[in-house]
Design a protein around this ligand. Structure first.
Ligand code: GRF
Length: 210
């Protein structure tokens, strides 16, 4: 629960390079995200470059391993503990490669957001992640793709859409070229904008309840 004048505490979950995380860090530092601060970065991959980005900016960052005991993955148990300890208000999935369970997601209604590199409902859902999303768009032959930021519910990529931005597909695109254009022209601006909007809304609700 937030106190008066306290910013929304954000945890960013990553698995890789963390360019979207970097866009969020920059937006907090340059004041475009006014009502939020990144309190924690969590990675499901210990070598994720995103962890270094967080360190460089003095943001606490941790790696949570997937430990399978008796086939039960303890990842979410540890995740819940870390989030609770720091009283995290908002979870942002920014290139996070695990699908969170229904039980976990239900604990954070409208408090988990994800960025997906296509215009949902195209090229999304289970199996549509990373470079595969762009391969699917090129294989289908669509002329426009883009990015979507949405709330996370129990259906993969099925939660309420917050923002979308279209990106043109060009004749000679490869999945890699398209991936870069979608990031540059859509993801890196869309995610900070959506996070800012959600933080403002959380602050508004908090002020109403005071
Ligand atoms: C992005 O394309 C994002 O949309 C997808 O995974 C990629 C992560 O890239 N979910 P990065 O780690 O933010 O550079």
């Amino acid at each position: 629960m937030l106190n008066r004048d306290e910013k929304v505490k954000i945890a960013v979950l990553i698995s890789g390079t963390g360019t979207n995380l970097q866009a969020l860090i920059d937006a907090v530092e340059n004041g475009s995200i006014k009502n939020g601060k990144i309190s924690l970065v969590i990675s499901s991959n210990k070598d994720a470059y995103g962890l270094k980005r967080a360190s460089k900016h003095g943001i606490e960052n941790i790696f949570i391993p997937s430990e399978k005991n008796d086939r039960v993955d303890n990842f979410e148990k540890s995740l819940t503990k870390e989030l609770r300890e720091r009283k995290i208000d908002l979870i942002v999935l920014a290139g996070f490669m695990k699908i969170l369970s229904e039980d976990f997601v239900k604990k954070y209604p409208n408090r988990i957001i994800n960025i997906h590199p296509s215009l949902i409902p195209s090229f999304c859902g289970k199996g549509a992640y990373g470079i595969h999303v762009h391969e699917m768009a090129l294989d289908y032959g669509v002329k426009v793709t883009g990015a979507t930021v949405h709330f996370v519910n129990e259906i993969p990529d099925g939660g309420k859409i917050i923002l979308q931005k279209a990106v043109e597909i060009k004749e000679k695109d490869t999945p890699e070229i398209l991936q870069k254009r979608v990031m540059r022209e859509a993801e890196w601006t869309l995610l900070p904008k959506a996070v800012s909007m959600v933080c403002d809304k959380i602050m508004e609700e908090k002020n109403e309840s005071l």
